[in-house]
Design a protein around this ligand. Structure first.
Ligand code: NI
Length: 142
C-alpha cells in the first residue's frame, strides 16, 4: 500500500468523519507477516465507528466479557476455539463466530492461529478484565 492513501498521521491517524479508511486494498497476508506477537490486535481498517483488526493467537486467553460490544472473529490462518462457559466453537479459515455483548468467552489456540476481528473502535481485548500480560493497547495500526 502507498503511504499516500494512509490517513493523516498528524491528526493522530484518525480519518476525517465520513472518510473511508484505508483507500487501497489491504493484503491480509502481508499484514499478518508484520505481526510478531500473540494476543495484541492490530488495526488494519476502520469504518462506521468500527475497526477491522488482525491478531495472532497461541495458548489460552483470559476469560472476559465486553459489556457494550459484540465481537466478531473470522479465522484467517490455523485453527482456534472461541470458548463459552457452556460450549466451544471451532474456528478455521472461512469460519466466523460472533460473541454477543455481555457473554463471557475466551480464545484458545493449541498452535499459532490468526483471526480478523470486527468490533467497535477502542474495544479492549480483555473486556472487563485488566491483565498485565494480555491487555493490549487499543488503536495500534499496521
Ligand atoms: Ni473478547
Amino acid at each position: 500500500m502507498s503511504d499516500a492513501t494512509a490517513p493523516d498521521e498528524a491528526a493522530g491517524g484518525v480519518p476525517a468523519p465520513g472518510t473511508a479508511w484505508p483507500v487501497g486494498a489491504v493484503d491480509l497476508a502481508a499484514k499478518l507477516a508484520q505481526i510478531r506477537e500473540h494476543w495484541r490486535p492490530k488495526v488494519i481498517a476502520a469504518l462506521n465507528g468500527q475497526e477491522v483488526k488482525l491478531a495472532k493467537f497461541e495458548g489460552e486467553f483470559p476469560w472476559h466479557r465486553h459489556e457494550h460490544e459484540d465481537e466478531l472473529f473470522l479465522g484467517v490462518a490455523g485453527e482456534f476455539r472461541v470458548e463459552f462457559r457452556d460450549r466451544a466453537e471451532p474456528v478455521a479459515p472461512g469460519r466466523l463466530v460472533v460473541v454477543p455483548r455481555g457473554v463471557e468467552h475466551r480464545v484458545v489456540a493449541a498452535r499459532e492461529a490468526a483471526a480478523l476481528l470486527f468490533e467497535p473502535a477502542a474495544t479492549r481485548n480483555t473486556g472487563d478484565v485488566e491483565d498485565p500480560r494480555y491487555t493490549a493497547p487499543t488503536g495500534v495500526r499496521i
